[in-house]
Ligand binder design. Structure first.
Ligand code: FUL
Length: 605
């Protein structure tokens, strides 16, 4: 019976889209395991799950760019509250060609623009709301940022994507579910009809409304049928079913990264139930290994995208010009995203002039130059001949000229599925074999870095695989090791030894002496998100611990849950003070727990 069901499942398969099709048959994007099949049959089916053609094209881009630009660029905020005056939007030298040229030169294949962020301000003249560029002084209200970017992309041959925030803090109808869904579909329709081909539609999952906020039930099915009808070739990301959020905004992927995953995309009605039954969630470590596969009822081709900003914030803030990520940091991100079977989505936010700032341009140039040099000379001979590797098989490769190497790149032909579960790489050096890398998954691309070694030969062993692995590339390089020139990370200049905690909730700190402050910082420990971290807060100061002056009232540490990096808040009127107080609640509305070491102050010199 089990075998009959299994054969039935097999007989409904399709042939692969790859030109080098074999006799094998494949499942595209999704498969359901028939009841009662054996574990080996499950593994065999899993090995033949493949991406859709657009998912495959997307993966091959490797480097994609985000442009966070909008009203926040002009207010200094990360999350606008939707009450901003559109008159604030007034870039003085906006030049979308400069954005695209810069990104193209740096090797990016697609740009995604925040057509609308959570504040609801639209970068195109929409018929749905007045809260758009049309009400701004920029080009006398006749400008259209989305169109300018589209045209620049056409000129330079760059793919184009849109970010449209489902959460909208400006739209009056937000929370009236049917009305807002209609409004959102109208916005989507405008963007997907009037701006040529769209390759990625990005819906983030943020919603900071909190317990008493507006409750909007999104009609994902209607959103998706709009996308499929208007832009059938676009991939849908994050709150989408083609591209999965890697689970953090730090730029770090998983060493074991399954594109064939048990995680049901959040936009499917059955997602909560399925994922709960398996105990998996977007940030979970194991999304496709054998243990979890044993329990799964279905499997999705749902590859990961690593989104991270080149700066601490997603939007441009002048005071972060000196905090553009170092070349080493960017390179580490590259190896931990592209090199971990993911696509990198690097955010480079245009500044208030409407230009990619010189600081970012120069870092991107260094980044490109570094990658060009590192990958200019592949030392492996004939590594790009397809190797059909059975579990346990090894293959030796000649390294030209007994060269020094410190990077190995492995690739599977994912048009035939993701199969490798364990791999070892050894090099023949000084007359003996030496292991330089031991890994798990490969997928589209896996890179390993290790201390430089001179090698005559290299040996790859596929220690565990689901079915025959299709290794289509084995390469090795020498990449110059970098040391960190990281910009000054200091966000506290008053030694904590003299501080005293007066109370924990609210957090009141005696700074030990009278000082004048220009800013304070909240830096969650280890830059990790916790349920009881501070989100909404008020900040007060006092000279005697009795009479308080509130300098920030009902403020928020925007996006802290997704991006728990230090949040520095500038303050005025904090002269001659000795005490500070943080009244804060978590995203759930409960009192937050903030440790003294997570607070910093900037004392005026
Ligand atoms: C998140 C947003 O809340 C951030 O502001 C940013 O846009 C990031 C890419 O997605 O969900």
């Amino acid at each position: 019976m089990n075998n009959i069901l299994y054969s039935l499942a097999i007989s409904s398969l399709i042939l692969p889209f790859s030109s080098c099709a074999t006799q094998e048959e494949y499942y595209t994007k999704h498969l359901k395991f028939p009841e009662g099949i054996t574990f080996d049959q499950k593994i065999d089916m899993a090995s033949r799950l493949v991406p859709t053609p657009q998912q495959f094209e997307w993966q091959k881009m490797e480097l994609t760019a985000f442009l966070h630009f909008g009203i926040n660029t002009f207010t200094g905020r990360e999350w606008g509250d939707g009450k901003e005056d559109p008159a604030l939007f007034n870039p003085t030298e906006l030049d979308a060609e400069q954005w695209v040229r810069t990104l193209k030169d740096a090797g990016f294949k697609m740009v995604i623009i925040t057509a609308k962020h959570h504040d609801g301000f639209c970068l195109w003249p929409t018929k749905t709301t007045k809260h758009s560029v049309e009400s701004s002084p920029w080009k006398d209200g006749k400008g259209d940022v989305v169109k300018e970017l589209r045209q620049a992309c056409d000129k330079y041959g760059m793919k184009f994507g849109v970010y449209l925030s489902p959460w909208d803090r400006n739209a009056e109808c937000y929370g009236d579910s049917p009305a807002y869904n209609k409004f959102f579909i109208e916005q989507l329709t405008e963007l997907l009809t009037n701006y040529g081909e769209v390759h990625e539609v990005w819906f983030d999952g943020a919603n900071g409304e909190g317990p008493n906020g507006k409750k909007q039930v999104y009609d994902w099915d209607a959103f998706y049928s709009t996308i499929r009808t208007l832009q059938p070739k676009a991939v849908t990301a994050i709150m989408g079913d083609d591209v999965r959020w890697v689970g953090n905004e730090k730029g770090i992927g998983r060493e074991t990264e399954w594109s064939a995953t048990v995680l049901t995309p959040g936009v499917y009605a059955r997602a909560a139930e399925n994922n709960k039954a398996l105990g998996v969630y977007g940030k979970a470590e194991d999304l496709g290994g054998r243990d979890i596969l044993a329990k799964a009822k279905e499997l999705f081709w749902y590859p990961s995208e690593v989104d991270v900003s080149i700066r601490p914030g997603w939007f441009y803030h002048k005071n972060q010009d000196s905090k553009v990520k170092s070349l080493k940091h960017l390179t580490d991100i590259y190896f931990q995203s592209v090199g971990y079977n993911s696509v990198l989505l690097l955010n480079i936010p245009p500044d208030t002039r409407g230009l990619i700032n010189e600081a970012d341009v120069s870092r991107l140039k260094d980044f490109r130059a570094y990658l060009d040099e590192a990958f200019a000379d592949n030392k492996v001979i004939d590594g790009n001949k397809l190797w059909k590797a059975a579990q346990g098989q090894q293959k030796e490769y000649v390294i030209k000229d007994n060269s020094e190497i410190n990077v190995v790149m492995l690739q599977e032909d994912i048009s035939k599925g993701q199969r490798v579960e364990e791999v070892d790489v050894e090099v023949f050096t000084d007359g003996a074999w030496k292991t330089v890398a031991q890994g798990t998954t490969i997928g589209y691309k896996r890179m390993f870095r290790f201390p430089a070694v001179k090698a005559e030969k290299m040996r790859v062993t596929i220690k565990a695989s689901r079915n025959i692995a299709n290794i289509c590339n084995v390469a090795a390089y020498y990449a110059n090791p970098l040391s960190d020139d990281a910009a000054n990370q200091e966000w506290n200049n008053l030694p904590r030894e003299s501080w005293k905690v007066v109370s924990n909730s609210p957090l009141v700190i005696d700074l030990g002496k009278k000082v004048s402050l220009s800013a304070f910082t909240y830096a969650p420990a280890k830059a990790e998100a916790k349920p009881d971290m501070a989100f909404k807060y008020s900040f007060s100061v006092s000279s005697d611990g009795k009479n308080w002056k509130t300098l920030k009232k009902d403020s928020e540490f925007s996006n802290i849950m997704n991006n728990p990096i230090p949040q520095t808040v500038s303050i005025e009127g904090a002269d001659g003070i000795k005490f500070i107080r943080l009244d804060a609640v978590s995203v759930n509305g409960t009192p937050s727990v903030v440790n003294i070491n997570e607070i910093g102050v900037s004392v005026k010199k």
